[in-house]
Design a protein around this ligand. Structure first.
Ligand SMILES: Cc1cc2nc3c(=O)[nH]c(=O)nc-3n(C[C@H](O)[C@H](O)[C@H](O)COP(=O)(O)OP(=O)(O)OC[C@H]3O[C@@H](n4cnc5c(N)ncnc54)[C@H](O)[C@@H]3O)c2cc1C
Ligand SMILES: NC(=O)c1ccc[n+]([C@@H]2O[C@H](COP(=O)([O-])OP(=O)(O)OC[C@H]3O[C@@H](n4cnc5c(N)ncnc54)[C@H](OP(=O)(O)O)[C@@H]3O)[C@@H](O)[C@H]2O)c1
Length: 258
């Protein structure tokens, strides 16, 4: 390890690991006092790999003010980091790049009444961090989170979402929150079953959330499967929304979740 490489990361301890299904896990690592991120950004986590390193991006799930850094990982068959995560134990260490990155930041919208977060799979993670920021709730009248997964047992955050109502900083805003689950490969009560672009086209997503979508009032953030991000973005553009740019405000912010 040379000095310039060593300066770019710290070595952090894995504090706990929860394995929700064989391919879904959440875990927390120690947070260096100097580590700063904005809700919506991702960390680069690494391991030593032979003579080199293996680095992958993971969205921070915990709040900006949390003492630890929490992540949600989907394990991929034959994926190099997934293989490592499969056997990882509390007390082991992971490398943490000192710089958090990413532009999926709600502060980039200049205005808007309703914030709609559209996610598939691990794309829910940045939104779980944002939901814990009180200033976001002060800014938007309604905040809606939509999570699309293939099977019902992949909806692992239902309890955490329900307990937002008891969160000391967020609880008072619980009446502004809407959650809609989407389960695409089996029938589940209270969940919608079509993919997100179809649900936007046929109006059932807005109906399920009890919101009226419009370019004046709605701001969409999209994160997850890159094909979903592309298809959803195209659907929204066809419906009259446009990408938010720094110099040209719009209604859509996107990030490919892998
Ligand atoms: C900006 C960004 C944020 C990310 N945040 C997360 C996160 O919060 N949680 C997370 O689990 N992963 C996240 N990823 C993906 C992560 O970086 C790794 O790619 C993933 O953990 C698999 O690593 P791997 O080495 O096992 O396999 P890789 O060789 O990296 O991936 C193999 C293949 O698996 C598929 N894949 C990768 N990640 C996912 C995923 N999350 N869901 C479904 N299919 C996937 C892709 O088709 C990819 O080509 C993010 C990626 C990016 C670019
Ligand atoms: N989940 C599975 O059944 C399954 C099976 C074998 C392998 N894998 C692999 O396991 C990994 C993780 O899978 P994952 O299920 O967490 O993530 P994922 O494949 O991204 O699926 C998550 C959700 O995104 C939806 N989706 C996928 N493409 C979309 C698109 N173009 N537009 C709108 N919605 C879309 C899926 O719908 P659909 O269910 O309709 O695809 C599902 O509801 C991936 O590498 C995947 O290829 C998954």
């Amino acid at each position: 390890m040379n000095a310039s490489t060593a300066e770019k990361y710290t070595e952090e301890t894995i504090l706990w690991i929860k394995r929700h299904t064989p391919k879904l896990m959440t875990f927390a690592i120690s947070r260096p006092a100097s580590y700063r991120f904005s809700a919506g950004q991702f960390s680069r986590l690494g391991i030593r790999d032979g003579a080199g390193f293996l680095w992958r991006a993971y969205s921070v799930l915990s709040a900006e003010y949390a003492d630890t850094l929490e992540y949600f990982a989907v394990l991929i068959e034959d994926g190099a980091m997934s293989r490592h995560f499969e056997h990882m134990q509390p007390g082991d260490t992971l490398l943490l790049d000192k710089t958090a990155t990413g532009f999926l930041l709600p502060g980039r919208f200049q205005d808007g009444r309703d914030l709609i977060m559209l996610s598939t799979g691990s794309g829910i993670a940045p939104f779980l961090s944002m939901l814990q920021q009180p200033e976001l709730w002060q800014r938007f009248e309604h905040i809606a989170l939509v999570h699309s997964v293939s099977y019902a047992n992949e909806l692992i955050f239902n309890h955490a979402l329900a307990s937002l109502a008891e969160h000391p900083l967020i609880g008072e805003y619980a009446g502004q929150f809407r959650f809609q689950a989407v389960v695409t490969r089996e029938k589940v009560a209270d969940a919608l079953s079509l993919r997100l672009p179809e649900l936007l086209k046929n109006g059932t997503l807005a109906e399920g959330l009890g919101l009226v979508f419009s370019p004046e009032d709605s701001r969409f953030m999209v994160c997850g499967n890159p094909a979903m991000v592309a298809d959803t973005f195209k659907t929204l553009v066809d419906q009259g929304y446009r990408l938010n740019r720094n110099k040209l405000p719009g209604q859509i912010l996107i990030e490919n979740g892998f």
